[in-house]
Design a protein around this ligand. Structure first.
Ligand SMILES: NC(=O)c1ccc[n+]([C@@H]2O[C@H](COP(=O)([O-])OP(=O)(O)OC[C@H]3O[C@@H](n4cnc5c(N)ncnc54)[C@H](O)[C@@H]3O)[C@@H](O)[C@H]2O)c1
Ligand SMILES: O=P(O)(O)OC[C@@H](O)[C@@H](O)[C@H](O)[C@H](O)CO
Length: 381
């Protein structure tokens, strides 16, 4: 049986990527630090993926096991020595932390196995696999680097499936939306995986996804949070926010149409479809999950700042994006470590210095000016 090693046995790991490998006849070893999930995977050896829809579809995922990367380093290395695929869905901030173990394992792997192994980071981040690859290569000696580069393929990818935080305590089962898309960039012939779409150039796919699904999601989460809403679908019932989401996606849409020559009508239909996905009442997706880690989401390449900067460069409107950025600065749930850090930074340094630092925006530029205006207005509401 072919093997896949997947880092991150969380929502996307179990509910999407791991499930596709298992359905394609792979044994999936999940690697995670969550002791309880790992123990349960090894005990139950299966779980169910259930769609948030009526009627509900239920898929049983089998041939799965778990390893703890903090306590079972050697076992992870042994699995990687035989794997066809190594994938991750752990969050962009965690990639540097797992890179040393993957690097160590790949060095062992290429000594003992001639077959190529394929590494794919499945994160909401542009060029996530390239970033992981850099972290891996950085810890290797020159000779090791060469051997790894020759026998390991690294592919960037875009993943799209809304998987909310799971509420059924003590269960490995995962509630997911019915829709999914996994796009992988390569021109190599690679072992087939059900549901994996291969493209020669990822940029239009990941930007369209990140700057529509994730931008739209962020607008709903941050404005919903400010209005005291709990969930994404509940927030969208507020007609003012619904309009704001549309207006923001028209801004990112104008940039995407111009940058990638997309058909305007097709893109408008794509936007409508995405908003329809957000309206799914069975998902019960929380504004705090979708808005999580606001410092990451305010990064220069992420869903709010990059389209605003690109729109400005192209002479297009970015005022609704500026409002979304301002709302992100006001996102302050106590349990979100990054949100708390952001609030402290704002107190200590002020909005202009913070945006210059975390979003790499020009302190004297028009984008910051517009964000500051929206920030004051939103604070006063
Ligand atoms: N949930 C979604 O709707 C969705 C959709 C598309 C993409 N994504 C992306 O997928 C990635 C994972 O998101 P998620 O929603 O599954 O998150 P999650 O929190 O459900 O899962 C992340 C998992 O990583 C594990 N983890 C954390 N630190 C680790 C470490 N040092 N070593 C090993 N494991 C570690 C956690 O224990 C957790 O099980 C993110 O990049 C996210 O942006 C999520
Ligand atoms: O995972 P994040 O924190 O980058 O973004 C939160 C959500 O927008 C995201 O998880 C979406 O649900 C997902 O990207 C849909 O494909």
């Amino acid at each position: 049986m072919k093997k896949a090693v997947h880092f991150g046995a969380g929502n996307i790991g179990r509910g999407f990527i791991g499930a596709l490998f298992a359905q394609s006849g792979y044994h999936v070893t999940f690697v995670d630090i969550a002791e309880q999930i790992i123990e349960q995977l090894n005990r139950d050896k299966s779980y169910q993926v259930k769609t948030a829809a009526q009627p509900q579809e239920v898929i049983t995922v089998e041939n799965v096991s778990g390893l703890n990367n903090l306590q079972q380093e050697q076992e992870v290395i042994e699995e990687i020595k035989e794997a066809t695929y190594i994938t991750t869905a752990i969050g962009p901030n965690i990639l540097p932390r797992i890179a040393p173990l993957i690097a160590k394992a790949l060095v062992e792997r290429v000594k003992s196995n001639e077959e190529k192994v394929h590494v794919i980071a499945c994160e909401n981040q542009i060029s996530a696999t390239d970033i992981l690859k850099e972290h891996i290569l950085n810890v290797l000696e020159n000779e090791e680097k060469e051997a790894v580069i020759q026998k390991v393929s690294f592919f960037n990818s875009a993943v799209d499936r809304i998987v909310p935080i799971q509420t059924e305590q003590g269960s490995l089962d995962v509630l997911v939306e019915p829709y999914y898309e996994w796009v992988v960039e390569t021109s190599e012939e690679i072992p087939p995986v059900e549901g994996m779409k291969i493209v020669p150039e990822l940029a239009p796919f990941i930007e369209r996804k990140l700057f529509t699904v994730n931008t739209g999601h962020a607008v709903i989460a941050y404005l919903g949070y400010l209005k005291g809403k709990e969930t994404i679908h509940e927030t969208l019932q507020d007609s003012t926010i619904h309009e704001e989401v549309k207006a923001t996606l028209q801004e990112t849409g104008a940039y995407l149409v111009k940058a990638y020559g997309l058909d305007e009508e097709d893109h408008s239909a794509y936007i409508e479809k995405i908003i329809g996905r957000f309206e799914n009442p069975y998902l019960n997706d929380s504004v705090t999950r979708v808005g999580r880690s606001p410092i990451r989401k305010l990064g220069p390449q992420d869903r709010l700042v990059r389209p605003a900067v690109e729109a400005k460069k192209a002479g297009l409107s970015y005022t609704h994006l500026a409002k979304a950025i301002a709302a992100a600065l006001l996102f302050a749930p106590k349990e979100d470590e990054e949100a708390m850090k952001l609030q402290n930074l704002l107190k200590e340094q002020g909005i202009v210095a913070v945006l210059a630092q975390i979003s790499e925006l020009d302190e004297d530029g028009p984008i910051i000016k517009e964000i500051v205006q929206h920030y004051e207005n939103l604070k006063g509401e």
